[in-house]
Design a binder for this molecule. Sequence first.
Ligand SMILES: Cc1cc2nc3c(=O)[nH]c(=O)nc-3n(C[C@H](O)[C@H](O)[C@H](O)COP(=O)(O)OP(=O)(O)OC[C@H]3O[C@@H](n4cnc5c(N)ncnc54)[C@H](O)[C@@H]3O)c2cc1C
Length: 389
Amino acid sequence: MGKHAIVVGLGFAGTVLARLLADSGFTVTAFDRRPNVAGNMFEYERSNGVRVHMYGPHIFHTDRKYVYEYLSRFSAFYPYSHRVLGQIDGKLVPIPFNFTSIEKLFPQNQAEKLKSELLEHFDPDSRVFVSDLLRHPVAEISALGQYIFEKVFRNYSAKQWGVPADSLDASVLRRVPVIIGKDDRYFPDSIQMMPIFGYTELFENMLRHPSISVHLNSDALKRVRPHAPSGKFLLDGVPFDGPVCFTGSIDELFDYALGALPYRSLELCLEDYPVDYYQNATVVNYPNEENFTRITEFKHMTLQDIPNATTIMKEYPIAFHPGGRMVPFYPIQTDENRSLYSDYLSLCGKYDRLYLCGRLAEYRYLNMDAVVDSALQVFEKIIRDRDYE
Ligand SMILES: Cc1cc2nc3c(=O)[nH]c(=O)nc-3n(C[C@H](O)[C@H](O)[C@H](O)COP(=O)(O)OP(=O)(O)OC[C@H]3O[C@@H](n4cnc5c(N)ncnc54)[C@H](O)[C@@H]3O)c2cc1C
């Protein structure tokens, strides 16, 4: 019968694994419960012609050249540097906070003083963290850190996570960058590209292989079940001897036996307008006013030339409840939740042909490049582990 593998989920984790396994001689049966491939990278065209990302804006950025080279086998890419503005005190300023933001928000004399203080203590064009400013001995610098924390971070994070900002893990603070110069790119990575015809086509190209059979609208857990007594998985009730690559939620795999892993979700609302452009940047953040956190205008990202039509997306953070219609987007990283996750990992340890990969199975926020990298590594492990027949 030859080598046979199962892949659950067709986001980047499952799709890269399916392709690598098929290229190395496996027959792959792949499932996704959604009606489409591409997971949270799913992109489609609206009736006005604008391509949108159904699960929030996704920008490919990486320093891992080998990841980009691997994906380039399946699509051409175009350069795209992501830029974000934030509405602070009624003005639109670059985010991450940079020298232009300082010039727009402070009187000229004060702005000049702040910039020269920053240049005296930090490297030009470097990215530092707001926590570096907050604990700085120079009073003007720590006051600037406090200003950025209050105006850019505090309310945004409270909205995002649904908890008071003071109760957020201090490590989150470290991740708020401030740029010592005028670079206004959101990401510092050396590679910032987008697939030329969108993510969905990239995924379809990866899955176009005679040894991959794709089953959509298909909840894998109705057909693929862990069987504790044998330490094997059953496919349609029959013991399965090949690798099972699981990229869904690990708590769901075990019927929430130890409880549900908490996530934060988003309500994503699309609006069409009969105008050329709605705003001056791909993303505008609203840290303080409004119930939503940000607005994305996709045409700035797809670079489509469509007159008198545009589409925007507003993001409203909300709670996630398993079994409901919401998507589990962001794992809520607390010690308690990490400990619950490692209890689930212990359950997985009984199944030596089970391979976990991706943001849900690993219960971590992972960028796309990290997920592709993880899939490349999981594939190596599958090949190393044993001679699957
Ligand atoms: C709002 C938002 C914006 C983001 N923006 C960026 C960005 O700009 N750049 C970036 O690099 N990263 C970004 N990310 C991260 C990116 O979304 C993840 O890296 C990516 O989704 C991970 O892919 P994955 O395959 O692990 O998961 P997913 O894409 O979620 O794929 C998992 C798939 O498994 C399927 N599945 C689960 N369980 C089952 C089952 N039992 N049976 C069948 N199918 C199942 C699901 O339907 C889903 O299609 C963003 C994340 C969010 C939340």
